[in-house]
Write a protein that binds this ligand. Structure first.
Ligand code: CO
Length: 151
């Protein structure tokens, strides 16, 4: 391998991730709510990267738009805050050995309320109404999460 071949490989190694990040940041901005943008931009960025990665894998970005995964791990929801469009289904999966749940802080017909989830169990809820939904784990009320639903 000669010097210029190596240089081209190095350039690609740097440029390709930079382009992916730039695209993801642009996507994140367009979906971001006007409030708390700085606080949540890192998480939105992460979601955007995951979405673009998945879209590359299955070649269909539209399928990724209405399903979002949240892990319950180490007594925390990850990501703790997600921003989604109305109509999106969120699925929480417990990865801990201890049981956790998902309970809306202000409960209504439009808010999630799961049973206690054992390790490996999941709960899904579709958010149809725009708004900010805070939730917690009833056995561990210090475990908190937030779903921001945009139009
Ligand atoms: Co818990």
């Amino acid at each position: 391998m000669n010097k210029s071949t190596k240089l081209i490989i190095v350039l690609f190694a740097v440029a390709v991730p930079a382009i992916i990040v730039a695209v993801a940041l642009t996507t994140g901005k367009s979906d971001a709510p006007s409030v708390d943008h700085n606080k949540h931009s890192a998480q939105e960025h992460e979601q955007a990267v995951q979405a673009s990665t998945s879209a590359q894998n299955n070649g269909d970005a539209s399928k990724q738009a209405d399903a979002v995964q949240v892990e319950i791990k180490d007594y925390a929801y990850a990501p703790e805050t997600i921003t989604i469009k109305a109509g999106t289904t969120v699925t929480w999966t417990n990865k801990d050995s201890v049981r956790h749940d998902v309970v809306a802080k202000n409960m209504s017909i439009n808010t999630p309320k799961s049973d206690l989830l054992a390790k490996g169990e999941s709960y899904s809820f579709t958010f149809n109404k725009p708004g900010t939904y805070e939730y917690y784990c009833s056995p561990h009320p210090y475990m908190k999460g937030k779903v921001v639903v945009t139009e």
